[in-house]
Design a protein around this ligand. Structure first.
Ligand SMILES: [Zn+2]
Length: 423
């Protein structure tokens, strides 16, 4: 049994039917420090910057802090995506100064939508995206718990085929979490070229004046950076090669003050992109081509950010019902809860897909009793036999809670106060 487990469901002290299975899930879970200490470390650094931004009144409300965390999530994910960079098929942008980008969208991070044919996007597979987003969310939630001292701990399930993605554990409750997350933007890696690319046209050497796909052989020995579209900010990166021949990790090559300034710029640009997306691009239309799910051959429109992909809402809701039926309803002590967890709330699809079921409760027919006075009209049910579809839909930019204890622990207002904000 893992150290620090004081929750009775996982201590072996609970006699209910599903306790052995719950313990198996717990035993297969790990802390983010065990799985990706570098990600935990980066998120801890980012929280120090966010604390400063709260105390400088740069982030003035809990809602603004939530948006800042959404931006931090995408920055953290971009560092994980950057680990996959290889020398093949970078996008050459001919503007001055000439640059190459390792892009995840079929657009140029400097120019937006481009018409040229040579468009390659290096988006990770959906399995990899699922793994990365779960690691980033776990790291952020873990730091949230530490900063707020809310009494909860966060663990993730490393195996891909589990029915639960992460666990939130307190002394009294255990939340089985289903993660359905997706970035709004991934900041691509870029390199600055010393000279513009040339090509031979009709026997003459000419500068390439269009976007083309090209290999960047020596990228590992050159200065590389993350590129923030719209503001054209570059964040220098350092590749770290751990001992034992493991794959390199990517970290910002920045001190605390520099990283705080970077985060400010990232948060501002990210907020404009979120506002653009929220307005269905009636605002900030130019930024559309830097975001996932933007459509028009740049990225498939079904790749909506956060929990806004309708397929994810449907799958997530089903998984929440399944976990509720299998675990929550069989926990005799009412300790097991179910959560849907994402980076961004369903901005566009909430009202159509979730609002109507938000306050729904359900039970098995066998648990309904006929009312003796009006059996045809009324059924009775024990209150503890009623379950919501999920106990919490937690996202960084907005959450819906069905349980006051969970709300007290994870409300963004609590983190905002813990970082020094006044509400
Ligand atoms: Zn360009």
């Amino acid at each position: 049994m893992a150290k620090g487990a004081t929750n009775q469901c996982i201590q072996g002290e609970c006699s209910c039917l599903i306790a052995p299975q719950v313990r198996l899930i717990y035993d297969s879970s790990r802390t983010v420090q065990e799985i990706r200490p570098d990600v935990a470390q980066f998120v801890k650094r980012a929280f120090r910057c966010l604390k400063e931004l709260v105390q400088q009144h740069y982030l003035q409300t809990a809602a603004e802090l939530g948006v800042a965390l959404g931006a931090t999530f995408d920055l953290c994910l971009s560092l994980l995506y950057a680990e996959r960079v290889a020398h093949r098929q970078w996008l050459y942008c001919p503007r001055t100064p000439p640059k190459c980008f390792y892009t995840y969208l079929k657009s140029c991070p400097r120019c937006g939508r481009i018409d040229e044919q040579a468009r390659v996007a290096h988006k990770p597979s959906s399995d990899s995206i699922g793994r990365y987003t779960t690691v980033c969310l776990t790291a952020i939630l873990d730091e949230l718990c530490k900063r707020t001292q809310n009494g909860w701990r966060v663990r993730l399930i490393a195996s891909a085929r589990g029915e639960v993605d992460l666990l939130l554990v307190s002394n009294k409750q255990l939340i089985l979490g289903e993660v359905k997350a997706s970035p709004l933007v991934a900041f691509p890696m870029g390199v600055l070229l010393e000279e513009s690319l040339e090509e031979e046209v009709g026997g003459e050497q000419r500068y390439v004046n269009r976007h083309i796909s090209t290999d960047v052989l020596g990228w590992k020995s050159q200065p590389v950076y993350l590129f923030v579209p719209d503001v054209n900010r570059t964040i220098p990166l350092r590749l770290e090669f751990p001992e034992g021949g493991q794959a390199h990790t990517v970290v910002p090559d920045r001190n605390h003050a520099e990283l705080t300034e970077d985060l400010k710029v990232v948060i501002d640009a990210w907020k404009r992109m979120l506002d653009g997306y929220t307005s269905r691009w009636n605002q900030y239309a130019d930024l559309r081509w830097f975001t996932f799910g933007c459509g028009s051959e740049v990225d498939d429109s079904k790749n909506a950010p956060g929990l806004d992909r309708t397929d994810d809402i449907k799958k997530g809701l089903y998984q929440a019902i399944k976990l509720t039926e299998k675990y929550r309803m069989n926990c005799s002590k009412q300790r097991v809860r179910v959560g849907l967890i994402s980076n961004i709330h369903p901005v566009v699809h909430y009202s159509e897909y979730l609002q109507g079921v938000e306050d729904a409760v359900w039970t098995h027919e066998s648990k309904l009793e006929s009312d003796q006075h009006a059996p045809a009209l009324w059924k009775r049910v024990r209150a503890s036999d009623l379950s919501p579809f999920y106990d919490v839909l937690f996202t960084l930019t907005g959450s819906w809670f069905r349980n006051p204890e969970i709300e007290r622990a994870f409300a963004m207002e609590r983190l905002y106060r813990a970082l020094g904000g006044e509400s």
